[in-house]
Design a protein around this ligand. Sequence first.
Ligand code: NDP
Length: 315
Amino acid sequence: RQGTCIVTGASSGLGLAKAKALAETGKWHIIMACRNFLKAERAAKSAGIAKENYTIMHLDLASLDSVRQFVDTFRRSGRPLDVLVCNAAVYLPTAKEPAFTAEGFELSVGTNHLGHFLLSRLLLEDMKKSDYPSKRLIIVGSITGNTNTLAGNVPPKANLGDLRGLSGGLNGLNRPAMIDGGVFDGAKAYKDSKVCNMLTMQEFHRRLHEETGIAFASLYPGCIATTSLFREHIPLFRLLFPPFQKYITKGFVSEDEAGKRLAQVVSDPSLTKSGVYWSWNKHSASFQNQLSQEASDAEKARKVWEISEKLVGLA
Ligand code: NDP
């Protein structure tokens, strides 16, 4: 049978390119989990994704109610769930003040980490029921959260500290709305959220891989300098970033190529390993990459998991 794959944030960039790459194989039905229905419909049409290969369902990760409603809607569709890809993200590098989700969490961590944390925890039950032979739960990570790389060392660096801000509710009421309790910085909040994404995958692997057989993985698809992720950045940055990545760092990857890489992590029979972080070398061959010390800290992963459970109402 056709596999069913949910992908969050499929209305643009990497998520859309990946939906297109998978749909083209004819082997997948894509559930595009998006906050803007019309935009998603237009994006699917202009990417040429055949009507029978996708369904758009509303999901706003900045609202836990919306996450729960999405899960209900998906369950009512009667489809099995074979692969879940947590891809959506916001990046607010120029924000001077924090913005907040419906529940009052700082927006970058609230959307990129807490929204996806609740979504994947709830949908795990659905994945367990699927009889698909190679079930996978994927979260898109980032090099910027990995301080063992050059890009990860551009300040402000990711650092979750002792998690005092996250434990405090990340709402800016008792202390600044940053995971480490430090001064608000939008670029750092994004990097911190990506560290949480990568830690979450490994914690899923440790807790649930053996019992469920699901492969849990994260990836860094390369620098896709042309996507809307950088829409909040200053115009000069948006002008210079793509050529800088193309000619100086040579880390640039097109949306199409990145979409194919993500599609590979979803369906390639050779990428079934769980608990890993995939990257690609300059010849576009995938390999198992090393995470930074913080992004592979098992004790921190456990704490992030437990605090996040409380924040999203699972514990
Ligand atoms: P885009 O901005 O093009 O895509 C982000 C997607 O997330 C959009 O579809 C957006 O929806 C969606 N989204 C944002 N907020 C919400 C929300 N509250 N609820 C539901 N959906 C939401 O960026 P990219 O394609 O570049 O980013 C995709 C992933 O790739 C991210 O996880 C990012 O961290 C990661 N990544 C990107 C890199 C790059 O160089 N671009 C490098 C490494 C990782 P809408 O269209 O409605 O705005």
